[in-house]
Write a protein that binds this ligand. Sequence first.
Ligand code: ZN
Length: 464
Amino acid sequence: MKRILLLAVGSLLSLTAFAKAPIVEKEFYVFDSSKEHLKKIQAIEALTVDHVSSRGYEVYGPNGTEEFLNNLNAKYLRVNAFRYSKALDDRASTGYPDFEDYTQILKDYAHQYPEITKLYSVGKSNEGRELWVLKISDNAAVDEKEPEFKYISTMHGDEVTGREMLYWMIGDILKNYGKDKRITDLVNNTELFIMPSMNPDGTTRRRRGNAKNQDLNRSFPDFTTPDNSNNPAGRPVETQAIMQWQKARHFALSANFHGGAEVINYPWDTARERHPLDGLVHDLSVEYAAPISSMANSSEFHQGVTNGYDWYTINGSMQDWSYYWHGDLQITVEVSNQKWPSFTAAQNYYKEHGESLIRFAERVHQGAGFYLEQAGLSGRVAVYEISKQLNSYRKGIKNLAWRTADNSLGRFGFDDSEFYKVLPEGEYLFDIELNDGTKKSLHLQVNDPLRGVPENGNVKKVIL
Ligand SMILES: [Zn+2]
């Protein structure tokens, strides 16, 4: 028995010395309420664990995974076996538009609302499906100096509820623009980018991985592993497309949508240390979860939220990469316990999430930024919180003691002469330094956007 276990582990290890995207071809549900097997499974690089609960968790991997679970004496269910039974497929898929239907819906919206939409693709899946993004903003054709926000759904192809919600949300925003003040303010002062389907090949096959069975939410650079440089080479094509897109934009706040649980998961996923904006990202998560009864009243998660690492650690998640390399604060929304509910049930999720989807997007206005009069410049910005000091140094004393390690929120790169950052309410000092050494300091105020979305999102023009 022992020898077989070693062989099984050996074959798993040899498949992925250090994979930039683990293979998720085989799918299991492991019943393990005492978590006696969890650490041993997580220790195998080739295996992916997801959605740990008081009952157990999902385990994905290549050939050899089942032998490995057998040798652990784990109690499990083979998920693929019943997922792909035809009866279940037919029932679950009834009523869902397919990729071609949705492409047409997006084209129709872009045609019907040309002033406030721009439809484009940021790349293609392995099987040539476009990775569509719908930008919604006033003067959508122009890149205005406004805070940039994004939603991405369904990087796990079988977790479709979020994708449906984003399509319904797009329709609601477009139909209410110019009629509803809140929606109009949001669209006029924000650049919203919405990608409902990051893994259309996986969704078409009704499975987690892409066409090559790669797990996209384990495929991003990770600052705690050897795969710690922000380089797209060697990653799944969908991941590469997201990385190129993010590099070309200035997203400050975003969320990505999954299924298999009902909880908001906030960074970090990969490290025990707290995120530099831990208090803020926790509060934003609680605010998202609060109107949703299954989250607010969750018995598994206090207030319907969890720190990613505290739940179960993963490497290579999109939300960790997003902040660590791009300063784009991102949360992961686990929408529905059932990954592929009936189409009617999916609509009910949208009814519950609709308010939170808009509220979270409005939160991008809780921040501050600048753009330089001269285009095309890059450099770094050191951000200091001065609110606390302000109370003791009132009367406008511009004390250098504001610039301390205690008050520092970090240094961030910027290019294209633009920078914007979501921050807790308060007063801040931005020390801008261009690559040529030119320096400029800005004193900026960050307010709660629910008291009114600031015009152009609190982005100041800077003349050097
Ligand atoms: Zn997922």
